[in-house]
Design a protein around this ligand. Structure first.
Ligand SMILES: [Zn+2]
Ligand SMILES: [Zn+2]
Length: 252
C-alpha cells in the first residue's frame, strides 16, 4: 500500500516461479510498480477484485504501455465475469483505438470451486464474495509450499472467513483502526479482521487499504489487531516485500 494519501491505492504483486501476478490496478499503478523496481512489462497476470476506480483505473495505462513496449509478452487479465466486463468496457471506452495485442487475454474466473490460473499450472485460485457497496471478490491462491488470501474491499464476510482457513498469509483490508461512530459495513475495522484471522488460523495477517496509511497510524492498527490475533501482524508500507515460503508478495 502506498504511504502517500495521493496514491493510497492497494496493489500487491505476488511472485512465484515464472508467475508475476498483480492484484488490483489503481490509477497510480505505474508509479507503484516503479517503487518495487518493476514496469508495465513485468506482470504475467492481473487480478481485478471489483469495479471501483482505486482498484481498476490503472488498467488502461498498464495495457497501453504493454502494447507499446512489451507487446510480445503474454498478459492475462483475470476477474469474476462481471468485474471483467467492467474492465473491458473501461479500456474500450478510453482507448477504443488501442490495437489489442493477441498476447493480452481477458479470462473470466469461476466463482464456484475455482480452478487453475491460465498459463500457471499448479497455481490454484478460489474466489469468495466480499461485502461492499458493489460486488467484490476476495481471492485465495494455493501453490506449492504456500497459500495467500487477498480480501479486496469488504466489511464482515463469512465467505472470506471460510476462504482464509489455514492460509499462510491473509492480506485483508482494515480501513478503520477502531470502530467508527457511524456503523459502516462496506469496509473493515482492524479488530474484526484480527478476530477473523484468529478464527481462520492464518499464520500471518497483513492490514492494507488503511484510512490512515502513514507510519505513525500503523502502530494503532497493529495494536488494535494484536488484542485478538497472536500470529504475525504486518502493517505494510509501500515497497515492502514478504516471503511466504516460495512465493514473494510485494506491496506497491
Ligand atoms: Zn471498493
Ligand atoms: Zn478500495
Amino acid at each position: 500500500m502506498a504511504s502517500h494519501p495521493a496514491d493510497n491505492h492497494t496493489a500487491l504483486v505476488m511472485q512465484h516461479a515464472g508467475l508475476t501476478l498483480l492484484l488490483d490496478c489503481g490509477p497510480t499503478i505505474m508509479r507503484q510498480l516503479e517503487r518495487v523496481g518493476m514496469s508495465a512489462g513485468d506482470p504475467t497476470h492481473v487480478y481485478l477484485s471489483h469495479q471501483h476506480g482505486d482498484h481498476l483505473l490503472g488498467l488502461p495505462m498498464l495495457l497501453l504501455n504493454r502494447v507499446l513496449f512489451w507487446s510480445d509478452r503474454p498478459l492475462y487479465v483475470v476477474a469474476e465475469r462481471r468485474v471483467l466486463a467492467f474492465a473491458q468496457q473501461l479500456v474500450q471506452t478510453v482507448y477504443p483505438d488501442l490495437p489489442m495485442s493477441p498476447t493480452i487475454q481477458y479470462v473470466a474466473l469461476e466463482t464456484n470451486g475455482g480452478g487453475d490460473l491460465p498459463l500457471a499450472p499448479g497455481v490454484r485460485y478460489t474466489l469468495a464474495a466480499g461485502r461492499h457497496s458493489v460486488p467484490t471478490w476476495a481471492v485465495r491462491f494455493d501453490l506449492a509450499g504456500g497459500s495467500m488470501v487477498y480480501s479486496s474491499d469488504t466489511g464482515r464476510s463469512e465467505e472470506i472467513a471460510q476462504l482464509a482457513v489455514g492460509a499462510d498469509l491473509l492480506v485483508h483490508e482494515a480501513y478503520f483502526a477502531r470502530q467508527p461512530e457511524k456503523s459502516f459495513d462496506t469496509h473493515s475495522v482492524a479488530a474484526d479482521v484480527a478476530m477473523l484471522a484468529a478464527r481462520a488460523g492464518v499464520k500471518t495477517l497483513a492490514l492494507v487499504h488503511r484510512q490512515e496509511p502513514d507510519v505513525v497510524a500503523a502502530l494503532s492498527y497493529h495494536a488494535a489487531a494484536a488484542h485478538y490475533f497472536d500470529g504475525e501482524i504486518l502493517v505494510p508500507q509501500a515497497g515492502d516485500t514478504y516471503q511466504v515460503q516460495e512465493a514473494v508478495t510485494e506491496i506497491c
